[in-house]
Design a protein around this ligand. Sequence first.
Ligand code: IPD
Ligand code: CA
Ligand code: CA
Length: 271
Amino acid sequence: MQKFLDVAIEAAQEAGRILLAEFQRPQRIEYKGEVDLVTEADRRSEQVIVERLRQHFPEHAIVGEEGGGQSAESRYRWYVDPLDGTTNFAHGYPCFCISVALAEHTEPIVGVVFDPLHGELFSAVRGEGAYLNNKRIHVSRVPRLDRSLLATGFPSHKRTQNPNIHYYWEFTLRSHGVRRDGAAALDLAAVACGRFDGFWEFGLKPWDTAAGVLLVREAGGRVTDFTGKPYCVTEPAANFPENALLASNGLIHGEMQQVASEVAARASTRL
Ligand code: IPD
Ligand code: CA
Ligand code: CA
């Protein structure tokens, strides 16, 4: 397990150096969809991570967001988001990270989220706790939704309609506020270390969530779908409704579920 973690950290730090250098340069933006951006930094970062993983674990499967992985029938599968927060990055907004995780069958067993601008390295190994720069981290102890700070996100590809706006509205009224930072892996890391008390989003992909979900669980929090079923990282379609992810410190989980079900019950906002 230590070797898996060491290589994931080495790869994320190497990618971090590339992102820092690229962040200083004007960005050449391309579009994957109507509003879904990709930059040279996404590609270069993914290339170094995949190279490093391939070199150490040639028999493992690797799924990279930008398509640079390798498929293999393997008990082990890496999920790589080489730049989580591309829209922020492309606009010069300093909030982005690298997410690297290893799953054994369907369970994440190693997770690393690295924020190179702030020098923050979040890591977790299944059953061994979660860490920020080698210091053990825990979820917050905030006991009530009306005392909590929350986060959410909106998918980059969907512009015409987004039911999450109704959840955003309701949770904003019932909490200290809802942040929308634009990097899901960092949002989950922030729940793990107690900066946020809860986070939800729809339609995330395994490379967005695999490392962050492990961080939250290892830090003592809960990650489920909106029905309270454990969130399945590797088969997003199994999470109900619309691949909903709900992460929290555990204490406000029931209240968040309750609000979500009230919002969903209103016909006009049903997903
Ligand atoms: C996106 C970010 C964002 C979330 C989107 C993701 P990307 O990832 O995590 O916070 O709201 O759903 O797609 O495209 O920047 O890697
Ligand atoms: Ca992402
Ligand atoms: Ca990305």
